[in-house]
Each structure stands twice: as structure tokens, then as C-alpha cells.
Ligand binder design. Structure first.
Ligand code: MG
Length: 390
């Protein structure tokens, strides 16, 4: 509302000839000079006219939300499978928590929230069913055919596999969104310059989100107890803050309060440290923010060390917990069985997939098909596959 408006009669002043260039003005007002500004976009592979009221990166965010692969995240494992309960995170709710943390941090640092949201919502769409167990199984299946990696698969989905437009394959995202995802898939390869600050924020938010929610989920599922978590300095600090803030909490309230404090400690440190580094470097634009000996977004050394210890505990006691490993073995077996059956009998592939064999090869096409499945769909397909041909 503008000054002079009343609740009953707000003044609507949108111009009828509005173009996305108005968003350029908005960005100039709201974003820091080191943020990525839409005016600097390298555009899309296939040229498209500007949208009348959405900025380019907003369109990318919307295109990602409308992907079949995005919807399927609701029924894909993050760490714990659907059979284990209904409290813990799915791949979709993990993604939404990442987007929420990243957007909050991006707003404080005056970064481009549209780019952040697009990157965050896209970051896990390439995950196959059954979490990292599924990824390892498919990678092994393709060991002689280029391997499988969920970050690369996300690019494959938006550049090739999702068919939403008659004129081109994929959804024709802006180069910055594609590049941000490419950076994730080439993390261990040498590169010149750091990724855009928006990419760095999403990466930090991903890691903060999974540490906090995996601890929460593991305790709720009874795979880890609070005393074990309190062995780490970071959880102990979060627990102490929760106890100081509230006088009487039952176990569940305490766990949830401590998770909130944990998120607060991590995000607070991320913002403080990144703010200091940005102030010191004072990059004049988004490109200058990619130079320098160290990335400008990150945790303090002390907090990073504490976070690493928490991750080690989660790795040792949760990700390798017998219950989690048992689910993992079942999932790996199911995917490998389906891979072998489909490769030996390609006529079992649905028609829309079978036509891709010529372009991408049989093995890659089978894995594309398996990777698209939700956990539930994969178990049904596995049941059908072993029933027809035990
Ligand atoms: Mg993630």
C-alpha cells in the first residue's frame, strides 16, 4: 500500500505497458552491487521474448516448480525411506527447507533471491529413488557407460528429458541457473574463479539444512539419542541455548527447540562471516565477487570444524545404522535387478522411453527411466518385473 491508501480502497498503480525491465529497476534498488543482476544474464540457448510481468530468473524458478521431476521429489527418499514413518523429510521437504534458508540468507546479504530460489528448488531434482543408495546403484550400473551422478542428471532433465515445449527439448533455463547446477556436478574439478555468490549460498544452505534435519529425524526415529548428539560441541551449544530459553520442555519439545537453535547458530555464523568477508573484499560486481583466494560465502573456521564433527557423528551412527543399511541393500538390489531386466528386454520399456534408445543408447535410457521413478513407483515396477519373470 502506498501513503494515502485505505484498507478498502488500495490504489493500484501498475502501468499497463509494464515490461520485465521494471524488475531491473527493482533489482537496482534492492540488490547489492556484488549480487547477480538480471540485466547481466547470458540468456537462454533458445531465444524467447521477455515475459510481460516476470523477470527472467523468476520464470526459471516457475519452470522448475512445474517440472514432473520436481513433483516427484515428494515421494523420493532423502535419507529415511517412507516405510520408516511419516515424520522425517522427503526429498521435496528437504528442498523446501534449503530454499527457505538460502532465500533468508540471500535477502540479508542482498543477493538475487530469484536466482537463489531457482537454484535451490532445482538442486536435487536429479536424485533417483532411494536417496544415495539409489544413486550408487545406478552409478555402478553405468560404470562402463559414463556413470551416474544426481547433479548431472538434474541438468539432463532440464536440458533434454523434460518435454514441455514443442520447439526445444528441456525447459530452456537461463545460463546462470544451468551454470550454477553445473558447478555442483563438477565440484571436485579445477575451475577458475568461485561460483556466483547465489550459488555459494545455496550450497551452504543445503549442507546446513541436512545436518539439522537429519539430526532431528534420526532422534525422532530412535536411531540416535540426544546424549550421543550432545557429544558434539555444536549440538551441546544448541541444546544449552534451548534450555536457557525455555524452562520446562518434554523430550520432543526439547529436540525441536534445539534443532531451531542449531539452525540459528549455523545461519547466524554464515551471515556474520560472509558479511565480514564481503565488507573486506568489497567486490564491485558479481564477477569481482568470484575472484580472490577464498570464497566470500562461508562459515567461520571454528563453526566449520564443529559442523564437520556433527556430520561425522551423523555419518557413523545414522547413515551407517543397521536399519538404514538394510533399506539400502533392498533398494540397491531392486534397482540393479530392474536395470538388468530392462537392458536384456528393452521391449519392457514404456514407448516414450524406448524411442530415446537410438539417441542416448540403451543403458543410459534405462537409467534415465529408473532415475525418474519415485520410491513407490520403483517398488511397484520391481514387483511387476519380478512377478512376470521371477
Ligand atoms: Mg540437497
Amino acid at each position: 500500500m502506498t501513503r494515502g491508501d485505505t484498507d478498502e480502497h488500495p490504489t493500484v498503480t501498475a502501468r499497463s505497458d509494464a515490461t520485465w525491465w521494471e524488475f531491473d529497476d527493482r533489482e537496482a534498488l534492492l540488490l547489492a552491487e556484488y549480487a547477480f543482476h538480471s540485466r547481466d544474464t547470458a540468456g537462454r540457448v533458445h531465444g524467447e521474448p521477455p515475459h510481460p510481468y516476470r523477470a527472467p530468473l523468476q520464470r526459471d524458478r516457475d519452470r522448475i516448480v512445474h517440472l514432473s521431476a520436481f513433483r516427484r521429489l515428494a515421494h523420493k527418499t532423502q535419507v529415511f525411506t517412507g516405510e520408516m514413518g511419516d515424520y522425517h523429510r522427503s526429498r521435496l521437504t528437504h528442498t523446501l527447507e534449503v530454499a527457505s534458508i538460502a532465500r533468508t540468507a540471500g535477502r540479508v546479504l542482498r543477493l538475487n533471491e530469484d536466482l537463489i530460489e531457482a537454484l535451490a528448488l532445482m538442486h536435487d531434482i536429479g536424485h533417483p529413488p532411494f536417496g544415495h543408495a539409489g544413486e550408487d546403484a545406478l552409478d555402478e550400473c553405468l560404470k562402463d557407460h559414463g556413470g551416474f551422478n544426481h547433479n548431472q542428471q538434474a541438468l539432463r532433465l532440464v536440458e533434454l528429458l523434460e518435454r514441455r515445449y514443442p520447439n526445444f527439448p528441456g525447459v530452456n533455463l537461463s545460463q546462470e541457473v544451468l551454470e550454477g547446477q553445473r558447478v555442483r556436478s563438477e565440484k571436485n574439478q579445477p575451475r577458475t574463479g568461485w561460483p556466483l555468490l547465489e550459488v555459494q549460498i545455496v550450497d551452504a544452505a543445503d549442507s546446513i539444512a541436512y545436518d539439522a534435519h537429519d539430526a532431528d529425524d534420526a532422534v525422532q526415529l530412535g536411531l540416535l539419542d540426544l546424549d550421543e548428539l550432545a557429544e558434539t560441541t555444536l549440538w551441546a551449544a544448541a541444546a544449552e541455548r534451548a534450555q536457557r530459553r525455555y524452562s520446562a520442555l518434554d523430550d520432543e519439545q526439547f529436540r525441536q527447540a534445539a534443532v531451531r537453535e542449531l539452525l540459528g547458530l549455523l545461519v547466524g555464523d554464515l551471515l556474520k562471516t560472509s558479511r565480514q568477508r564481503l565488507d573486506e573484499a568489497s567486490p564491485s560486481d558479481s564477477r569481482a565477487a568470484q575472484d580472490g583466494p577464498t570464497p566470500l560465502v562461508g562459515l567461520s573456521d571454528e563453526m566449520q570444524e564443529q559442523k564437520d564433527s556433527l556430520e561425522q557423528l551423523l555419518f557413523d551412527r545414522v547413515y551407517r545404522h543397521p536399519t538404514v543399511l538394510e533399506q539400502r541393500h533392498l533398494a540397491v538390489d531392486a534397482l540393479k535387478t530392474m536395470y538388468q531386466r530392462l537392458c536384456s528386454q528393452p521391449s519392457r520399456l514404456p514407448g516414450a522411453w524406448a524411442v530415446r534408445i537410438q539417441a542416448y543408447g540403451l543403458e543410459r535410457t534405462v537409467v534415465d527411466y529408473l532415475a525418474c521413478m519415485t520410491d513407490r513407483y520403483a517398488w511397484d515396477a520391481h514387483r511387476r518385473c519380478t512377478r512376470d519373470d521371477p
